[in-house]
Design a protein around this ligand. Structure first.
Ligand code: ARG
Ligand code: ZN
Length: 875
């Protein structure tokens, strides 16, 4: 028996080499017993034509107890192979041969949740990116595509359900035990392998594909959660139809399965024919799931389904190409959700998410290109940059080609590369081929990290109106010098009534300006007296800077037909006010007074938004919500989170006060009498929850009564949680009782209790560190459950800047303790949470020193995952 673990090393894009051997077939036998699972595998190897003369091959294997190894049926002696540092090397391989191995693994001890592990009595797998090597020996890289046949064996009574990819082809019983053999006809990389053994309930339905085949749809969850699967099923069927209609893509197997598991590092996983989902991304019921939760389920179900083509049929050559499947698939799921709901609202939500989370990543020590050039742990690169910025890069190509051209290009891409492992360059080449466009310069978006800053000045003279652009991408780690990128800037120019004026001879009122030089100007002859509506639809992922003239932002907010531009105008107005409060002199009393003045300035235009709220409540809620405290902090270097907290709280309070009768009216008039789950009803609830928060922020005497009433008799979780959040975050007298009551009501619903923890962990205030520490002592807190950890540690570090950055360093100390605890069990989750420390270089000196000291001490014993992140943050 021998075990081995790999050491930290850096993998580089320019060192990519294709493998010497293919693995044409994989036959797995997974024999599950308490404590030890035995995995027998047969790999049919075939030497690549261009690897003549090579006769050795390496296979990844992490923590495997090797029992035997044989080549073409002959047991190998120890001289012909080596297993060390996570690699098995076998010499003397003929051109075609079968390598058989038997290994033991211990899923019960697997708290990292990669490979095969146990979640609430159910065995399941997570193999992306490099989990398969924890199950058996294999060239664990996405460019090795194989046909899998998998037999799963386990106790029949405890594990009546045995699943793997593809179709069941044989099964049998063996005393108390049973087995099922699954065959997946589609060659796939091992990261798409999956296996489940458990006792689960199933919701079943069917889908008829566009060519008339019937597909069985099976959604599995714990028996108690069977009533929470309908929404996912509806979403799945809609996604399947949408992909047929929008991309001409049909599902290819006879069965599509989704399994819900409680312990999961990410949202969900697109394993071929057998998706495995975090319960939070598949279970939904109005009583237990917020409206945002419903929307998340819809989009994640669609996302994983869409991967069947963008990811599985056409996969990635290497992990540097991760955005090839993730960026593209996020773009596809965003467009799907836009089509299912309000496109304008969806776009603003997506942009909001990008600018609040990806932009900071791109501006800090973790910045990396959408196609990175090196990594230590690929898990650390499942980032907002790869996913969300990657989606924006695909979106720009969609707009450059137009809907029809883009569809031609994706048809070409799917046809040409079906069954292959390819690169981002291959994707762009299809775009170029069908359109005739030269995208070589455009491709800088893939290789250059950092968010370009686009400054725009407007000038008016006798020739007309001109817009002059200047772009600059700030340096990022490892990339000091940046070249100009290709920025499509969609614009309109609005007249005094808010109508777009004619811009050219063709009579267009909206055009896309391609800014691809460092400086560039555009003239609109004969145009005057206009307000520029810039970057419409957020046509490129850049920071736009423009000095608007007095009244122009209010004009855009009131009249622009582009939802993004209205929202962006509201951000500019809020940030301008908030920035003045952050920078202003004097103590808290002065800030309060200044905030009142700012609120009075804003009130008129916000009142107009409120007056029009009936047109689209969700849109109004987005316009009326202040930018987050974290987003405000990101505008100030050196960052003084205490000042930012006071400024933010003061403006919230002042706006609550200045518009109190409007908030009261909205809180009461938007009350529903019966439950509806459509977009309109969700928008009304979102706006009412916001109004209630403002009411509480402004210390309105009615706030508590309304919140308590809503909390006592909610129609759904969005109401119940909205009320609870207001009570807790504004420390209203009913808060403690509501928390106790909520806990009593929901103690058996893990996903609801996650919300209970997270509401408290995100309750802002410099004095909240001890409260968060207290949550860790709660009997329902569990370090081994990622959702629970995220609900406390993630919420505290990511959404509670005042406590996290407490002046005395107590927040940092708590954070460091948490990181070490999580890292010992689950390095991926620890590394992810550690990203909250990436603002370190922006902090004011006193805080920077305190945070640095804490992180340095954690780094000493850290896992490879965590130390890569801490290493970058501390560099
Ligand atoms: N491919 C999955 C998705 O749909 C993400 C899985 C990543 N897992 C991981 N451990 N890094 O986005
Ligand atoms: Zn994905």
């Amino acid at each position: 028996m021998e075990t081995a673990h790999s050491a930290v090393k850096t993998t580089r894009l320019d060192e990519y080499r294709s493998p010497a051997y293919r693995v044409d077939e994989v036959r797995l036998d997974v024999d599950i017993h308490d404590g030890v699972t035995t995995v027998s595998s047969e790999l049919v190897l075939q030497r690549h034509a261009d690897a003549a003369g090579v006769s050795s091959m390496t296979f990844n294997g992490e923590g495997l107890s090797l029992r035997s190894l044989a080549l073409d049926g002959v047991v190998l002696n120890e001289a012909s192979y080596r297993y060390e540092a996570g690699l098995l090397t076998v010499d003397g391989l003929p051109e075609r041969c079968t390598l058989s191995s038997v290994v033991d693994i211990e899923p019960e001890k697997n708290t990292a949740l990669e490979g095969l592990y146990l979640s609430k009595g159910m065995y399941c797998t997570q193999c992306e990116a490099e989990g398969f090597r924890h199950i058996t020996f294999f060239p664990d890289r996405p460019d090795v595509l194989s046909r899998f046949t998998t037999t799963v064996r386990a106790d029949r009574a405890r594990f009546p359900l045995l699943l793997s990819n593809g179709n069941p082809v044989a099964s049998g019983e063996d005393g108390e035990r049973h087995w099922v053999t699954w065959e997946d006809p589609f060659p796939k990389p091992c990261y798409l392998f999956a296996l489940v053994a458990g006792d689960l309930a199933c919701l079943e339905d069917t889908f008829n594909t566009m060519s008339g085949r019937e597909v069985a749809l099976r959604l599995y969850a714990e028996h108690r959660d069977l009533d929470k699967l309908d929404h996912a099923m509806e979403s799945l069927k809609q996604a399947m139809r949408w992909d047929e209609q929008t991309y001409g893509r049909e599902y290819d197997l006879d069965i599509y399965m989704i399994v819900a598991v409680s312990h999961f590092n990410m949202g969900a996983m697109e394993n071929k024919g057998l998706n495995i989902f975090n319960t939070s991304c598949v279970l939904a019921h109005p009583a237990t799931t917020t409206d945002a939760g419903f929307q998340r389920v819809e989009s994640v179900v669609a996302h994983e389904y869409f991967h069947n083509w963008s990811g599985n049929r056409v996969t990635c050559r290497d992990w540097f190409q991760l955005s090839l499947k993730e960026g593209f698939t996020v773009f596809r799921d965003q467009e799907f959700s836009a089509d299912m709901n309000s496109a304008a609202v969806k776009r603003v939500e997506d942009v909001d998410f990008l600018v609040n989370h990806q932009f900071p990543e791109d501006q800090g020590p973790m910045a990396h290109p959408v196609r990175p050039s090196e990594y230590q742990k690929i898990d650390n690169f499942y980032t907002l940059t790869i996913y969300e910025k990657g989606a924006e890069i695909v979106r720009m190509q969609y707009h450059l080609l137009g809907a029809e051209g883009f569809r031609k290009a994706t048809d070409l891409y799917f046809e040409r590369f079906d069954g292959q492992a390819v690169t981002c360059d291959d994707f762009v080449a299809c775009m170029e081929e069908v359109s005739g466009l030269d995208l070589s310069k455009f491709k800088r978006w893939y290789s250059q990290a950092g968010t370009p800053v686009l400054s725009v000045t407007a000038t008016q003279d006798e020739h007309g109106y001109s817009l002059n652009f200047r772009q600059q991408t700030p340096p990022t780690p490892g990339q000091a010098e940046k070249l100009p990128v290709v920025i499509p800037v969609r614009i309109a120019l609005l007249d005094r009534d808010g109508e777009p004026v004619i811009l050219d001879e063709q009579g267009r009122r909206e055009v896309v300006l391609i800014v691809d030089q460092q400086e560039q100007g555009f003239v609109f002859p004969g145009v005057s007296g206009v307000t520029p509506s810039l970057l419409r639809g957020f046509s490129a992922p850049v920071v736009l800077q423009h000095d608007y003239q007095d009244g122009q932002l209010e004009h855009l907010l009131a009249h622009d037909s582009d939802g993004y531009c209205r929202w962006a105008a509201s951000r500019e107005l809020y940030f301008a006010a908030l920035d003045r409060l952050v920078k202003g002199e004097g103590g808290t009393a002065n800030v309060a007074q200044a905030a009142e003045q700012e609120a009075n300035q804003l009130a008129a235009v916000l009142d107009q938004v409120i007056a029009r709220a009936g047109e689209d409540a969700a849109q109004a809620a987005l316009l009326l919500a202040l930018p987050s405290e974290v987003a405000l902090g990101d505008r100030h270097v050196p960052l003084d989170p205490g000042r930012v907290h006071v400024a933010h709280r003061s403006l919230r309070r002042a706006l609550g006060h200045a518009l109190q009768s409007q908030w009261l009216e909205l809180s009461e008039s938007l009350l529903a009498t019966e439950l509806q789950m459509d977009g309109v009803a969700m928008g009304r609830r979102q706006l009412r929850n916001l109004a209630l928060e403002y009411l509480a922020a402004g210390d309105h005497p009615e706030a508590e009564r309304i919140a308590v009433e809503l909390f006592e008799l909610p129609l759904c979780m969005s109401e119940e949680l909205g009320a609870l959040r207001t009570l807790v975050h504004y420390q209203l007298p009913g808060a403690a009782q509501a928390l106790a009551q909520f806990e009593k009501r929901w103690k058996d619903e893990a996903l609801v209790m996650d919300q209970w923890f997270s509401v408290q962990a995100s309750a802002g205030g410099t004095d909240q560190v001890e409260r968060v520490r207290g949550l860790l002592q709660h009997p329902a807190f569990d370090w081994a459950t990622p959702n629970r950890v995220r609900s406390v540690v993630g919420a505290f570090a990511g959404s509670n800047p005042a406590a996290f950055h407490a002046e005395d360093g107590s927040g940092y100390r708590l954070f460091a303790e948490m990181l070490a605890k999580v890292d010992a069990l689950n390095p991926q989750i620890a590394a992810r949470i550690a990203n909250a420390a990436a603002r370190l270089p922006r902090l004011k000196a006193e805080l920077q020193g305190k945070l640095r000291a804490e992180l340095e001490s954690v780094k000493k014993g850290a896992s490879a995952n965590l130390s890569e992140v801490l290493g970058r943050v501390l560099s």
